[in-house]
Design a protein around this ligand. Structure first.
Ligand code: BGC
Length: 926
């Protein structure tokens, strides 16, 4: 009996709806959009043919069956005609100027060469159609940030030229931005296109969602999840962004609109929360009430225009400046209406607790150090459809400063620096600075004081984890059986592409050694990432709209529903936790991974993350919220230290996580590569124990980012420092290629032996890992209680993929010869096998091939070699090559586990063997 039905039609429809609802219309003069039914459009810009479904790196590597690009979707819709002649010109040009994927992982350029336009081509097109659509695209991703240069944050000369020419020739021009994050918008004023819309990166169904908006099927209802300012230099973090070693968060809590609305209103081009619709809405607060702990408002929304559509009502608070200083506005609630027909009205009800309007006093300025306080004074509640235009709906008074939460100092900086502080100046505020309060409690003291008691070693008593699961014994009794060696092994996750779990995924954790398995500990599986399941062996999966797009929908129930489908897909693929959502704050528009993250605002970020986690929870799986925390720059991400005040951490950089944990029930979290206030997050006790577990009640697992480093404060970090990681209660080191042999050479065993990290601390992590496994589907599967294949039924998938399974793995030493004589080399056939490298290094691969006796002399026989589904090269021989011949290619740096796929496009080749040989030494690149 199937418990879940993964209806692919529904999945596609939901993703398409999210993509459509994420579109943010910034300008629409003369009703340029929607495209009048039956009219013709001329589409400019090469990205119309490619479409960025997502950014690059682990957040984008989903192997998809198909991606609906904007041009594909336009071709499919009957409501809009296409200037085919122009489309043909682009298609021919693109053949000679193929999409540049870049060389190597994450090396794709952030933009592509644009086709130069002649005046004739543009004026010919203008004769064919009244409306032009210009598509401009950008990608970005892991390990590199964007730059304020043409081709990245700025438009290239060719793109500007395209806009100049098209806007000169057409009266109606709609510019669509297929980007993962906001870009510079000065060109809008320069070329004055009549319509501008951010369409983001909408996953595999993105193009169809965009065309639903263009055709008017869906009225735009996305709202900006970030402020768009005039210039990159206007963002207060820009000054300190991009250093290799250290990043001072001087703007403190004044991130995004919190800064602009307080200090620099005139720098804003498009405010946070803004987005136009094809229709009009009247938004009116009908009632406002203050009760003891909360305020209530009822807001009526009437569709006053001619189209059906949705509106997003946003509620902001303005707290009194007090002694702490406050942003002029802070988002505290939002809700999207249902689709209202012209003339239709609805009422939305808001309830915001006063405690959620409190500020954190990190310096004792109010007399209440380390407390959330509501400072005395008048609080304003502003309701509207963007941060700037939200009008005062009501106020309430706090007579005396009230403590809403008493906490303990954690993660405070040790370094001296200054931060922004508003000073009243006439009507508004002037930017001033104050010294940031520094740490007074050393986390080491907490670690020592709160050390868990060791559970004495009992030896193997024959208990299994299933005995804990079925309540026969306690977790303590079970853990007592694990030796120091077992404890050292259980905190090591294995990957990437571990053969112990779903092929091609990021990591295996739990029962990764024979001994741990003997104790009945199953092996859990995690897979990237925020835009869908990444399986590097080539298994295909559904690609989802990216984080920024999700944020711009402001539609929690819709996002939750989409993620129910994702949950079932995870379950189907035997993945217990997705490595996403990414929920770092868009601190600066140049961060390379902003597309994976949601917003500059922590409330929007946290609520969207909670919706995703709840959605996946429907199928009893989860997501891993990442990267905890302040991972706001990719440049030198392994080494950069974020220097941040405790207040900014708590109110901005931790808040989204807090909401995801407390309201979303998140139980899996990933720390970052870098450091916060001098302590690398993967070994940061205040972060992963004091705040996460002791304050928020988190009871799940914490894992490192892949090959992250840990340090003792003041010392250099190293990936070997697992003792420090465990002491902090970061449960899992991700990843080693083999836990049993301690392939990453970590210091767990020594740490235990020397008592630097106690057995109790290791047992605490082991307990967290075991509890996580017990609440995951893998536990029942391991106990033989659920034949997993019966659980998820796929509906409406016409060409279901052959799942890649039963993969054979070969261990590869410095010179390994693999017999390939049994491989079927017939046309269209492919052979996939795994390799497990004994040691990292530079490798080459050579194949011994010849043409089969029956292959005609003139045939061209080829075999393509893919590593982890990326083409590495193609070997070619002719039908006349009847003698054995060797051809080789360079594999570059290889470590850990990988998949090799051989693909034969023409029958007739004979393959004898493959040789994989070490060609040089190279250290791990971090
Ligand atoms: C990324 C993570 C990702 C992990 C596994 C790292 O490089 O930072 O976000 O989940 O790799 O692929």
């Amino acid at each position: 009996m199937a418990n879940y039905t993964l209806d692919m039609d529904k999945y596609r429809a939901l993703a398409r709806q999210v993509a459509a609802e994420s579109c943010v219309l910034l300008k629409n003069d003369h009703q340029t959009l929607p495209v009048a039914k039956g009219s013709k459009v001329s589409v400019f810009g090469r990205i119309a043919l490619h479409y960025y479904k997502s950014g690059t790196g682990s957040g984008g590597l989903v192997n998809v069956k198909r991606v609906a690009g904007i041009l594909d979707a336009l071709k499919e819709t009957e409501d809009i005609l296409l200037n085919e002649k122009l489309a043909d010109v682009y298609e021919a040009w693109v053949k000679d100027h193929p999409f540049d994927k870049g060389a190597g992982w994450g090396q794709e350029p952030w933009s592509q060469e644009e086709m130069p336009l002649t005046d004739e081509l543009v004026s010919e097109a203008a004769k064919e159609s009244e409306l032009a659509i210009v598509v401009i695209g950008r990608t970005a991703g892991e390990d590199q940030d964007a730059k304020a240069i043409p081709g990245s944050y700025l438009l290239t000369e060719a793109e500007e030229e395209m806009l100049r020419k098209v806007c000169g020739a057409f009266e109606k021009v709609a510019v669509l931005l297929n980007v993962g994050n906001i870009i510079d918008m000065k060109w809008v004023q320069k070329y004055n296109p009549s319509a501008v819309m951010y369409v983001w990166q909408g996953g595999q169904e993105g193009g169809s969602g965009v065309v639903d908006v263009l055709s008017g099927k869906v009225s735009p209802c996305g709202k900006l999840s970030d402020t768009i300012a005039g210039d990159i230099e206007d963002y207060p973090s820009t000054k300190n962004f991009g250093d290799a070693k250290e990043n001072l968060y001087q703007e403190d809590i004044y991130v995004g609109y919190r800064y602009f609305e307080t200090f620099a209103k005139d720098k804003v081009l498009y405010p946070f929360g803004f987005g136009l619709s094809y229709t009009g809405f009247q938004v009116e607060t009908k009632s406002f009430q203050e009760k003891e702990d909360a305020v209530y408002a009822q807001v009526e929304v009437i569709n006053t225009g001619d189209f059906a559509g949705k509106e997003v009502v946003q509620l902001y608070v303005s707290a009194p400046q007090g002694t702490l200083g406050k942003p002029a506005r802070e988002l505290k609630a939002y809700e999207k209406t249902n689709r209202l027909l012209p003339g239709e009205a609805c009422t939305l009800t808001f309830c915001v607790s006063k405690a959620d309007m409190a500020s954190y006093d990190d310096g004792g300025y109010t007399g209440y150090k380390s407390c959330y306080v509501l400072e005395a004074g008048r609080y304003g509640i502003h309701i509207g459809t963007d941060v700037r235009s939200a009008g005062l709906a009501g106020t309430f008074e706090v007579k005396e400063t009230v403590i809403t939460d008493q906490l303990q100092e954690a993660m405070a900086p040790v370094q001296e620096f200054t931060r922004f502080k508003p000073q009243a100046d006439g009507e508004g505020y002037r930017l001033d600075y104050e010294a940031v309060p520094r740490r007074t409690i050393n986390p080491i003291d907490k670690i020592v004081k709160r050390r868990p008691v060791d559970i004495p070693y009992s030896g193997d008593q024959g208990y299994q984890l299933g005995d804990v699961y079925e309540n026969r014994i306690s977790m303590e009794t079970f853990l007592a059986q694990l030796s120091d060696e077992d404890l050292a092994c259980i905190v090591r996750g294995e990957g990437m592409c571990s053969p112990k779990v779903t092929p091609g995924t990021a990591a295996a954790f739990g029962g990764v050694t024979q001994q741990l398995k003997k104790f009945g500990i199953p092996v859990g599986c995690c897979a990237d990432g925020p835009s869908g399941i990444r399986m590097d062996c080539g298994t295909r999966a559904f690609s989802l709209p990216n984080g920024t797009a999700l944020g711009c929908t402001y539609n929690m129930p819709l996002v939750e529903e989409l993620y129910q489908m994702e949950g079932m897909e995870l379950r189907k693929n035997k993945v217990d936790t997705l490595l996403g959502p990414g929920i770092n704050i868009h601190r600066n528009p140049l961060n390379g991974r902003n597309f994976e993250y949601i917003s500059e605002d922590p409330y929007l970020t946290g609520t969207m993350a909670a919706a995703q986690i709840k959605g996946m929870g429907y199928a009893n799986v989860t997501g891993t919220i990442k990267h905890y925390t302040a991972n706001n720059q990719e440049f030198h991400r392994h080494d950069c230290n974020s220097v941040v005040s405790e207040r900014a951490l708590r109110e901005i950089y931790l808040k989204g996580y807090e909401i995801a944990v407390k309201d979303g029930g998140a139980y899996s979290i990933m720390t970052t590569y870098g450091a916060v206030n001098g302590i690398w997050t993967a070994g940061n006790y205040d972060l992963v124990t004091a705040i996460l577990r002791d304050e928020w009640g988190f009871d799940g697992i914490v894992m490192t980012d892949w090959w992250a480093k840990m340090n003792e404060e003041g010392e250099d970090p190293s990936i070997k420092n697992t003792g420090i990681m465990v002491r902090a209660q970061n449960d899992l080191f991700m990843v080693t290629s083999d836990s049993e042999s301690n392939a990453a050479n970590d210091n767990s065993v020594e740490s235990l032996a020397e008592g630097k990290t106690t057995r109790g601390e290791y047992q605490r992590c082991a307990g967290n890992i075991c509890r996580m496994l017990m609440r995951s589907p893998v536990m029942d599967r391991f106990l033989g209680k659920t034949p997993e294949d019966d659980l998820v039924v796929i509906g409406n998938e016409d060409d279901e993929d052959e799942e890649v399974k039963n993969i054979v793995y070969h261990t590869v030493g410095s010179d390994t010869n693999l017999d390939m004589s049994a491989v079927n080399t017939d046309r269209g056939n492919s052979e996939i096998f795994g390799i497990q490298m004994k040691e990292p290094g530079l490798y080459g691969l050579s194949a011994k091939m010849r043409s089969g006796a029956d292959a005609p002399e003139l045939s061209q026989l080829s075999m393509s070699v893919f590593v982890d589904n990326q083409l590495k090269g193609t070997f070619q021989i002719n039908g006349s090559d009847k003698e054995w011949t060797n051809q080789s290619l360079d594999l570059g740096f290889v470590m850990g586990n990988h998949y090799i796929k051989l693909y034969f496009s023409v029958s007739g080749m004979e393959l004898a063997s493959l040789q994989i040989e070490k060609t040089g030494e190279m250290k791990m690149p971090f």
